[in-house]
Design a protein around this ligand. Structure first.
Ligand code: UT7
Length: 334
């Protein structure tokens, strides 16, 4: 909590982080035996070298719980003190009930609000922004925001343009009230619905029910217009990042670390060039984990936190883009 010109500013900060990556590693070379591709093509076009794959039979809730346990342990709070749980995913355990409910039950959380949030790869940042408002207004005291995906369950392993991109994993962050000036400063979230068909899983759902024909047409797999998404991602990551800096009267020099959604190294490098931020200040782990959807940002935050290189007072700029298109940026003072 800090005081600015006589008014009390309540902030929300990160109390604990955790992540979980399945042990099984799939390298680019492994794909060379499966589809018409090469290690070099994948590295040159995406920057990805390997990704983690959940073993068959692993539930989304299993990996979400692993990440959450680490985050709660670091936060040093009793699970019963968590009164808001938001699980963000595009690959839930099942359509109903939300996976968050199974996680709440298995973690032994308080009977507070628990729900799934679907905002594609931007889901975790949307969830964190929502929880930030809930903590500030006193709606809840502690929030657990999980991003988790088993993308390999919705990827077509005969489609070379998508199957090489995605990996499985989970990240979780416990948020609570800040006692000083550290925490979230602002969120800038957007949706560009005119691009809703650029990435989709078309069924099963109301439009495309679970029929034999729809299954044969592979409507249950991710389809992506990669080039279109690539072109749209860069200016949107740049504009939301710039807005986040401006609102907080920060320049790019003030930022200690830029943490973008990990989809494609070429996208990230193009964004960094436009923002004039040197790549040494840009966090990258996509070479090791691939695109983990809504788990991308919380996995990154946990890795960064556990590396212990951040100093109190460091400014972090987070940026995201995903199907929808959903996109945006947030600023954190560490
Ligand atoms: O999490 C949501 C955010 N997601 C993203 O931001 C993804 C954005 N898009 C991308 O990352 C890129 O568009 C891809 C990596 C998906 C594709 O890279 P690209 O440079 O846009 O390639 P392209 O789709 O234009 O394909 C170029 C060529 C095509 O062959 P032809 O038509 O020129 O003969 C593809 O068929 O590369 C071919 N190709 C491949 N070749 C070897 C596509 N996938 C592969 C592959 N291996 N795995």
């Amino acid at each position: 909590m800090e005081t600015e010109r006589g008014t009390t500013v309540i902030r929300t900060k990160i109390l604990g982080t955790g992540s979980y990556l399945p042990p099984k590693v799939v390298t680019n070379a492994d794909f060379e035996h499966l589809i018409d591709t090469t290690d070099q093509w994948i590295i040159d076009r995406t920057g990805i070298k390997e990704r983690r794959i959940a073993e068959k039979g692993t539930w989304l809730s299993d990996i979400a719980i692993e990440a959450s346990r680490s985050a709660i342990e670091m936060a040093k709070i009793d699970p019963k003190e968590i009164d808001l749980l938001i699980l963000t995913t595009s690959t839930p355990d099942q359509p109903l009930p939300p996976t968050a409910i199974r996680v709440q039950e298995r973690l032994g959380l308080k009977n507070g609000a628990a729900f799934d949030l679907q905002a594609t790869c931007s889901g975790w940042l949307y969830g964190a922004a929502l929880a930030d408002q809930c903590i500030k207004t006193g709606f809840c005291r502690h929030a657990l925001i999980i991003g988790a995906e088993i993308m390999t369950g919705v990827v077509d392993y005969s489609d070379r343009s998508t199957c090489i991109l995605f990996g499985d994993g989970a990240g979780a962050v416990v948020l609570g009230r800040s006692e000083d000036e550290s925490g979230f400063y602002s969120h800038h979230l957007y949706t560009a619905g005119q691009f809703m068909d650029v990435v989709e899983i078309a069924g099963p759902g109301v439009i495309n029910p679970n029929t034999h024909e729809n299954l044969e047409a592979k409507l249950h797999f991710v389809k992506m217009k990669g080039k279109e998404l690539f072109k749209e991602a860069i200016p949107r990551l740049v504009s939301s990042s710039r807005e986040a800096l401006e609102v907080n009267h920060l320049t790019i020099e003030d930022i200690s670390l830029y943490i973008p959604h990990q989809a494609n190294l070429r996208i990230i490098e193009a964004v960094a060039r436009r923002l004039s931020i040197p790549m040494e200040k840009v966090f990258i782990n996509l070479d090791r984990v691939g695109n983990t959807g809504s788990a991308s940002l919380p996995i990154a935050i946990d890795e960064i936190n556990r590396q212990n290189n951040l100093k109190k007072g460091d400014w972090l700029l987070l940026a995201t883009i995903g199907a929808g298109l959903t996109y945006g940026a947030s600023v954190i003072k560490w």
